[in-house]
Design a protein around this ligand. Structure first.
Ligand code: UDP
Length: 488
């Protein structure tokens, strides 16, 4: 295997991400890692999504990496979606989620045609778990297929163990805690915190079952995480799944040959210079960065409560206010005194933030996050402690990893999962709870110092994992070799 990044004609990996930011970003990052090892890597996507990653891929190509984007049309109209609705973050309402997955399954025949006509046949398919039809495609064309998970082994394992044991049936109410069975830590959750796929409406249940079947049929699983952070859960997850699990992250760290863009996934809505000089003007570790990822929405009342909590916490902050909120009402409120009152210590980013850049700046000292796995991993890898505010999906399990296993955060105190994209008026976390959690996190006392020490150590270990000889580096080599040998 050529580790210098020259084209390795023995392997061609075809990556098929789900069209959502939290899925595409880590898949493209992993594509960059593969290409930097000389593996020919093709990422299949659609025009809108390709446009978002164009600069990243062009820069990679300019530095000689064999990475390319393959664009297939996305059948919006056929699936009953508005034109241009090619990513989950452009979905106008959650009711259209079924149409979105229908559109994704409609590209199967185009993907198969592409795979059948390749001059350099695919060595393996790396498919997001949300595209179960890739299992039939792989079988039909005789290509090995791996699943790419956008969560950590700890959360994936908790999910499997809770589902298989049906332990949630042993409690009397949605708020009664039960312990995740079969793991070394005592981790308690409630039914109200479980990912929605435990109680799915029948329309989505079919998809959930297909996803589980297609996962069972896969030859292995790739996870964007690193072994030290997983504390033995990578091995346990591998044993439980009965198939190989490769932890290859944090993929966004890249490597010496991979060009770094400030904007990942989308063009940042803030000028890099402005963001950088704003941060330069703050004390080391003094700024709290607040973001809820690419999909979350809150009620207007909740948004206000977050703002007031940040204001009263009295620390400098960067707050990403997504354009998904009701723009006029939000703007009126921000402009109606809030921005003026906090102007000496706030930077409000409307839209998309250069998150990894902000987290890696020495002035950043805390991260209020919704516990999406990418954000959690990015925070930990940057050595930044976190205030955890889980919303849905795997967020609650990720929060357990952050708070109880790694012990690098402070919980804001959310008790139950919210419904994705639910903007029903009301407040689930008060400004007082936001203030308390932020102050607790930024605390200069012994507890805060110990937390910072632990997360900094993890951040250093994250880098080491990706360097030559590190666990993720070795796992990626091992994965490439195993796939190349299979096809040979
Ligand atoms: N992200 C970003 N800027 C933003 C919001 C998100 O760069 O303003 C990136 C973030 O760094 C992460 C991804 O988008 O890589 C979000 O993934 P995550 O799993 O944290 O949350 P999701 O969006 O899937 O809920």
């Amino acid at each position: 295997m050529d580790m210098q990044g020259k084209e390795n004609t023995s392997a061609h990996f075809v990556l098929i991400p789900l069209m959502a930011q939290g899925h595409m970003i880590p898949m493209v990052d992993t594509g960059l890692l593969l290409a930097a090892r000389g593996v020919v890597t093709s990422v299949i996507t659609t025009p809108l999504n390709a446009a978002r990653f164009k600069i990243t891929v062009e820069e990679a190509q300019a530095s000689g990496l064999p990475l390319r984007l393959v664009q297939l049309p996305f059948p919006c109209r056929e699936a009953g979606l508005p034109d241009g609705c090619e990513n989950l973050d452009t979905l106008p309402s959650k009711e259209l989620i079924i149409n979105f997955f229908r559109a994704i399954s409609l590209i199967q025949s185009e993907v198969e045609e592409y795979l059948s006509n390749l001059e350099f046949p695919a060595t393996c398919i790396v498919s997001d778990m949300g595209l179960p039809w890739t299992s039939n495609t792989a079988k039909k064309l005789g290509i090995p297929r791996l699943i790419f998970h956008v969560s950590c082994c700890f959360s994936l394992l908790c999910n499997v163990l809770v589902r298989r044991s049906e332990v949630y049936d042993s409690v009397n109410s949605d708020d009664e805690p039960f312990a995740v069975p079969g793991i070394p830590h005592r981790i308690e959750v409630t039914r109200a915190q479980l990912p929605s796929n435990f109680a799915m409406k029948s329309s989505m249940k079919g998809l959930r079952d297909e996803i589980l079947e297609s996962e069972a049929a896969a030859q292995g699983i790739i996870v964007n995480s690193f072994d030290v952070l997983e504390r033995g859960y990578a091995e346990l997850y591998q044993k439980t799944m009965g198939k190989k699990v490769w932890t290859v992250g944090p993929a966004f760290y890249g490597g010496p040959r991979i060009p770094r863009n400030v904007s990942r996934g989308r063009k940042a809505s803030v000028d890099e210079e402005k963001c950088s000089s704003w941060l330069d003007g703050k004390e080391p570790c003094s700024v709290i960065y607040v973001s809820f990822g690419s999909l979350a929405r809150f009620s207007f009342e909740q948004l206000v409560e977050i703002g007031l909590g940040l204001e009263s916490a009295n620390h400098p902050f960067i707050w990403v206010v997504s354009e998904r909120y009701k723009a006029t009402q939000t703007e009126e409120w921000l402009g109606g005194g809030f921005e003026e009152r906090t102007k000496d210590r706030s930077l409000i980013i409307r839209g998309w933030a250069p998150q990894v850049f902000i987290l890696s700046h020495p002035s950043t000292g805390g991260f209020l996050t919704h516990c999406g796995w990418n954000s959690s991993l990015e925070g930990i890898s940057a050595g930044i402690p976190m205030v955890t505010w889980p919303l849905f999906a795997d967020h609650f399990f990720n929060e357990k990893l952050v708070l109880e296993v790694a012990q690098v955060g402070v919980g804001v105190g959310v008790k139950s999962a919210s419904v994705w994209q639910d903007e029903t008026p009301g407040v689930s976390v008060t400004k007082e709870e936001v203030r308390r959690a932020v102050e607790n996190l930024m605390d200069r006392g012994e507890e805060g110092a110990a937390r910072r020490r632990r997360v900094r150590e993890l951040g250093e270990k994250a880098k080491i994992a990706l360097e030559a000889g590190g666990s993720s580096y070795a796992n990626l080599n091992n994965l490439i070799e195993e796939m190349a040998n299979r096809s040979g």
